[in-house]
Design a protein around this ligand. Structure first.
Ligand code: CU
Length: 476
């Protein structure tokens, strides 16, 4: 069984990153038309030429690629906003790892190279010191830092990353790991994404895709902030190994299971292996890491920790809208406020009070989910934090924090075409606990619910707007 190791727990004499850097250099020398080149592997995730992507592609060997390569069906295949997000990326990592391992041998290294993972979620490990938290959230030094490249690992550098240290809010594993179902068709949130066919962007994202996946992409930014360049950054693969690991954590936790639907199990994807040969995998071949003969070490620390949140539960009753915005909101500013229009009292009463009654009868708080839909824009904007209030205030603190919009894939989802209708990205957040907490405070009124949208960095001229924000509550 192959073992993928935590990048921060490699021993001083471990050569994993040294050989990774060498292999990247070998793969970069290969033609963009060669299915074993660095460039080809990046383009399998996404490839387009525009103002935000051009600088990353025009340095490729044999650029521009042949039209027949672009049209081969192997490029622009990444799956986002879908229940195929996790299995597709697992397959992608699997053949990539094999391709790098072969390049390592070609560069004079040992056989059996495995991909390390970057576990920024360690920042949430109970008892960990502030210094250890900071380290876990920092891009490993071999990849360079804000001062530039690490001369010992030139292959691991890429120009243009904006942040090298993540923030704690953006690496919280619990909103995803607390989810009880992999997929669903309701207005409720889920772990693994909504039911779709082949989907490059735009459908319902699972909670693991939203956080930490999307937010980490958008916060590092540069190539990582755009689906059409992200996989050109060597750190992409360590980030995705961690997401892949978290899927395994989730599925091994009590009460969780992968979809049993044959629409999911029998769906197929094609990749090239390390020899450039086409291989086909079905989703059912990759439901666990063991099926592909690898595991993560050291273990799965989240499984030994306890979630700080009350146990998650799926909505048991129908959900309905209790409030919504009725105009487009521009999120291009450094701070944007948005007040919710609540469903008129009379009508809402039947909705909300029924929900309240349900909660008395079942001693459960009605589940509430915030949907943020039709998020469109241009460029690679950094993520946007959302804060809720119900008393007319505009506090931007942890108590009022709802979640973050990682705008990874924004341009793609805003462009009508074969892959997408251009209606933008959609997000959903479980706000049951934050509302439950705030509603006990003085001054809270459901009629005063409003949101603050705060970009994590000042805007650089990118445009972002949101079509509709709506609050959904469980009814009975
Ligand atoms: Cu990704």
């Amino acid at each position: 069984m192959k073992v993928r190791k935590n990048v921060y727990e490699l021993s001083a004499s471990d050569m994993t990153l040294h050989w990774y850097s060498k292999a990247v250099e070998v793969m970069k020398q290969r033609s963009i038309n060669d299915p074993t080149s660095w460039w080809y592997w990046g383009a399998v995730h996404g490839y387009v030429i525009n103002t935000s992507t051009k600088q990353f592609w025009e340095v490729a060997t044999d650029y521009p690629p042949k039209q027949s390569t672009i049209d081969s069906g192997f490029w622009n295949n990444c799956q986002h906003g879908t229940w195929f997000f996790l299995p597709w990326h697992r397959m992608y990592l699997y053949y990539f790892e094999a391709t790098v391992a072969k390049a390592v041998v070609e560069a004079g290294g040992p056989v059996g190279w495995t991909l390390p993972f970057w576990n920024y979620c360690e920042a949430f490990r109970p008892g960990i010191s502030i210094a250890e938290q900071q380290q876990a959230m920092t891009i490993p030094p071999a990849f360079g830092d804000s001062q530039g490249k690490n001369a010992d690992y030139p292959g691991l550098w890429l120009e243009g990353r904006v942040n090298y240290v993540l923030q704690k809010r953006y690496v919280n594993p619990w909103p995803a790991l607390d989810e009880t179902v992999f997929t669903n068709t309701s207005e409720d949130v889920n772990f693994g994404g909504g039911i779709t066919g082949f989907a490059v962007s735009g459908g319902k994202k699972g909670q693991l895709e939203q956080l930490p996946h999307d937010v980490v992409h958008g916060y590092i930014n540069g190539a990582m902030g755009n689906t059409k360049t992200a996989a050109l950054d060597p750190i992409f693969w360590l980030h995705h190994a961690n997401i892949d690991r978290m899927w395994q954590v989730w599925v091994e936790s009590a009460g969780h299971s992968n979809p049993a639907s044959s629409d999911w199990l029998n769906f197929e994807f094609d990749f090239h292996d390390e020899n450039g040969e086409v291989q086909t995998l079905k989703v059912k071949d990759v439901r666990t890491t063991e099926q592909l003969n690898y595991t993560y070490s050291p273990g799965y620390p989240e499984m030994d920790a306890e979630s700080p949140n009350p146990p998650g539960r799926a909505a048991e009753n129908v959900m309905d809208v209790v409030g919504a915005s009725n105009i487009n909101t521009d999120l291009s500013h450094d701070l944007s406020a948005l007040a919710l229009n609540m469903v008129p009292q009379g009508r809402r009463k039947s909705r909300v009070s029924m929900a309240a009654r349900a909660s008395v009868n079942q001693s459960k708080t009605p589940k509430r989910v915030l949907h943020v839909n039709n998020v469109t824009g241009t460029g690679n904007p950094c993520p946007v934090d959302i804060f809720i209030s119900g008393d007319g205030s505009a506090a931007l603190d942890d108590e009022h924090f709802v979640g973050s919009l990682g705008l990874f894939g924004l341009e793609d989802a805003s462009t009508p075409g074969l892959d997408h209708d251009g209606s933008g990205l959609s997000f959903a957040f479980d706000v049951t606990q934050v509302i439950e907490r705030l509603s006990k405070q003085k001054g809270w009124s459901e009629d005063k619910i409003s949101f603050q949208f705060k970009p994590q960095l000042p805007r650089q001229g990118e445009k972002v707007k949101v079509g509709r924000v709506s609050l959904h509550s469980e009814l009975r």
